[in-house]
Design a protein around this ligand. Structure first.
Ligand SMILES: O=P(O)(O)OC[C@H]1O[C@H](OP(=O)(O)OP(=O)(O)O)[C@H](O)[C@@H]1O
Ligand SMILES: Nc1nc2[nH]cnc2c(=O)[nH]1
Length: 186
């Protein structure tokens, strides 16, 4: 499918410039799906999607993997504007039957400070999964403050705030097919 991919955009008071095109994202998502097919092809993993940010990535990744298996959703929240609040709130908890004794593929849109993963992984571990594979579309190693499990990353990116392809700035921008970076010259 061909998507409109606007150039510079404004969300609330901030300007954003193109960073990853829809085509670059789609090609990488297909590769990630193939990697999951190779590592989990003999079983039926449970996909756990971290809402809200990962909903578009997960929809594409799960289909690219060709894997069956159930899909569940969890929702954490810690960002206000472009900064983490430092407090990770759990709005939707995982369904135990999708985790206990299952091979879980946890799908995240971005690992930035690492706080969200650090808070969530023990909650998952308490439900005793057989295995956990953490997949993120974006990883900002230079911004990471805590060490967390990460098995598969789509793009390693610099420590700048990004939006699009599921990621928002204060509620806006999730629908954009490409990924945009906060402009420095606005
Ligand atoms: O590594 P961290 O610094 O913790 O950042 C990563 C988290 O931030 C975003 O979630 P957010 O709290 O914005 O909620 P959302 O997914 O509903 O937008 C993103 O979806 C990750 O879950
Ligand atoms: N939209 C968005 N959410 C985030 N959560 C953690 N880092 C980011 C980021 O760069 N953009």
């Amino acid at each position: 499918m061909a998507y409109a991919n606007p150039a510079r955009i404004k969300l609330h008071e901030h300007q954003f410039v193109p960073f990853l095109t829809p085509t670059e994202i789609q090609l990488r998502v297909v590769e990630l799906g193939q990697e999951l097919a190779l590592s989990h092809g003999s079983g039926k993993p449970s996909f756990l999607v971290m809402l809200k940010g990962a909903f578009i990535f997960a929809a594409d990744l799960i289909r690219a993997s060709g894997l069956g298996g159930e899909i569940g959703f969890v929702r954490t929240q810690s960002y206000k504007g472009t900064e983490t609040s430092g407090e990770v709130r759990m709005h939707i908890a995982p369904e135990p039957e999708l985790v206990t004794d299952q091979d879980v593929i946890l799908i995240e849109d971005i690992i930035d400070s690492g706080n969200t993963m650090q808070a969530f992984l023990p909650i998952l571990a308490a439900l005793k999964p057989r295995s956990v594979t953490v997949v993120t579309l974006l990883h900002k190693p230079e911004a990471q403050q805590v060490d967390v499990q990460l098995d598969l990353a789509g793009f390693v990116i610099p420590p700048k705030f990004v939006v699009g392809y599921g990621l928002d700035y204060d509620g806006l921008g999730r629908q954009l097919p490409g990924i945009y970076q906060l402009a420095e010259d606005y």
